[in-house]
Design a protein around this ligand. Structure first.
Ligand code: IPE
Ligand code: IPE
Ligand code: MG
Length: 242
């Protein structure tokens, strides 16, 4: 019999939405068209996760390393973020989505920062699903900012008081459980500086599908795969313990 956990639906799904440029180049289209097509996938995936009972969905939209891309590409990605938020925030609100944005937002222009703040404020009390967008986010940045804010809040921090539980509230996703399932599209099997601390025990699902081709059917494939995982967390198998 195949090992399977009874808790079949992951509470928290995180996605590295990768492959937009390859999708465009396969079609002889500009990179910006690939990114725009990718952005159009998001609404359906949020809705599908919500309908399946996932309570937290976290999407990697822009990494701390993505600033190294050509200036015109960075500009088009920023424009898309603005466009996506302008277009989706009211729909999020009516469908019970709570929007959160994590990352070093100080590098974004004021208009984008205002939009992010107003979207989060508007949807703050929604409870169907929490959608977190990671923008100018890096796992290493997150750990560093957590250490800094922890230290600032406790200037005389002693080594003896340092433990994982005390650091955790300062991480930028302290409001969410750790991801149960990570999906990375685009064929690469790496984490690319996403949620490093939080993914210690996350199940990792890699698919060759490029993000603009991602669909609810591929999401279901990942959820199906997840439901058959035996999550041991370093202990004994749930089945062996029976
Ligand atoms: C993901 O697609 C979007 C971002 C990283 C912003 P890519 O732009 O990385 O596309 P590929 O992986 O080069 O095809
Ligand atoms: C990861 O994709 C970042 C996002 C999807 C936002 P990248 O395309 O930047 O990652 P690498 O360069 O392939 O590792
Ligand atoms: Mg990529």
């Amino acid at each position: 019999m195949q090992a399977s956990t009874p808790a079949a639906v992951p509470q928290h799904v995180a996605i590295i939405m990768d492959g937009n440029r390859r999708w465009a180049s396969q079609r002889g289209l500009p990179r910006a068209v690939g990114h725009a097509s990718g952005a159009r996938r998001v609404r359906q995936i949020v809705e599908a996760c919500s309908a399946r009972g996932v309570s937290h969905l976290t999407l990697f939209a822009f990494s701390t390393e993505n600033w190294q891309r050509p200036a015109d590409e960075v500009t088009s990605l920023m424009g898309l973020l603005v466009h996506y938020l302008q277009k989706e925030i009211s729909n999020m609100h009516t469908t019970g989505v709570r929007l959160k944005i994590v990352g070093d937002l100080s590098r974004f222009d004021q208009r984008l920062q205002n939009l992010m703040a107003s979207g989060q404020a508007l949807t703050a009390h929604n409870s169907k699903i929490t959608l977190t967008i990671a923008a100018n986010y890096g796992g290493r940045w997150d750990m560093m900012q957590a250490v800094k804010t922890w230290q600032a809040a406790n200037p005389v921090l002693s080594v003896a008081s340092m433990d994982e539980a005390a650091l955790r509230p300062h991480l930028s996703m302290a409001y969410a459980p750790d991801p149960d399932l990570l999906i990375r599209t685009g064929g690469e099997s790496r984490i690319s500086n996403f949620l490093l601390w939080q993914m210690a025990y996350t199940e990792l699902f890699f698919t060759d599908k490029l993000w603009p081709d991602f669909s609810a059917a591929v999401l279901d494939e990942a959820l199906q795969w997840y439901s058959a995982r035996d999550r041991r967390f370093g202990a004994s198998s749930a089945l062996a313990a029976r």
